[in-house]
Design a protein around this ligand. Structure first.
Ligand code: PEP
Ligand code: MN
Length: 265
């Protein structure tokens, strides 16, 4: 059960020693997509140097258009494992289909993207694993629906669920999504699960990542997920919202500086 009423102590998700939910702040960073061995290893070392504690990269990409880059798939996962070896950072990557799960055996955190938040059969299958699951909020899901999806995973016996607020669809079109900042303290009171925020997909605009990352930290989030690319202008996916490693370092440093003043509930 995800409800804090029945489980007052916060759940701590331990990813090879990197803990989420114990009061420490973790930053997941990395490109939207794995593009090549050179790119994925170079960015891994750069974000680690800048303060990231977990590494992300998409191998299976849920693109709106079937003609857009779909990801490197199995090869992408192998390159991520290579980046993990090089950097020492645990890796987070998205699964889109139950049939691909055998490829995720050595992945540290399995991500369920916004578009699959209510893929109940997938959630049930992830509940049978022991691996941490990063569950992103659906494109237009309520917090209750979000929490019920977490419970689909937990009901199978896997309590290692990390919630990720990544913005929701509203009437506003000037940002990619609308970041629901109030969901952070609300979720933290409703559930014992760790809550992180993705300001990259929430805004779609690189310049807005820093203010939204600061706001999320101030609101009491347990961590962030930020897209970083070595050459955002030529990224195969989500370049407009991707930070350079230098810009990412600036955000990570600013966030760490305000953590002592963040809302603790
Ligand atoms: C992602 O993190 O790469 C992604 C596709 O995000 P979302 O599912 O939140 O759109
Ligand atoms: Mn992306």
């Amino acid at each position: 059960n995800a409800n804090r009423k029945f489980h007052p102590d916060s759940t701590v998700v331990d990813i090879n020693g990197v803990k989420l939910g114990d009061g420490n702040f973790q930053i997941i960073a990395g490109p939207c997509s794995v593009e090549s061995e050179e790119q994925i290893c170079q960015v891994a070392l750069a974000v680690k140097e800048a303060g990231a504690t977990l590494y992300r990269g998409g191998a299976f990409k849920p693109r709106t258009s079937p003609y857009a880059f779909q990801g490197m798939r199995e090869e992408g996962i192998n390159l991520l494992l290579e980046a993990k070896k090089v950097s020492g950072l645990p890796i987070v990557t998205e699964v889109m289909d139950i049939s691909h799960l055998p490829l995720f055996e050595n992945v540290d955190v399995i991500q369920v993207g916004a578009r699959n938040m209510q893929n109940f059969e997938l959630l049930k299958e992830l509940g049978t694993l022991k691996k941490p699951i990063l569950l992103k909020r659906g494109l237009s899901s309520t917090l209750q629906e979000f929490l019920m999806s977490a419970e689909y995973i937990m009901a199978g016996g896997n309590n290692n669920v990390i919630l990720c607020e990544r913005g929701i669809r509203t009437f506003e079109t000037s940002t990619r999504n609308t970041l629901d900042l109030a969901s952070i303290p609300l979720l933290k009171s409703l559930t014992h699960l760790p809550v992180i925020v993705d300001p990259s997909h929430a805004t779609g605009i690189a310049r807005l990542v820093k203010p939204m990352a600061l706001a999320a930290a101030a609101c009491g989030a347990d961590g962030l997920m930020i897209e970083v690319h070595n050459d955002p202008a030529h990224a195969l996916c989500d370049g407009a919202q991707s930070l350079t490693p230098e810009a990412f370092k600036d955000v990570a440093d600013a966030v760490k500086a305000i953590l002592p003043y963040s809302f603790k509930g």
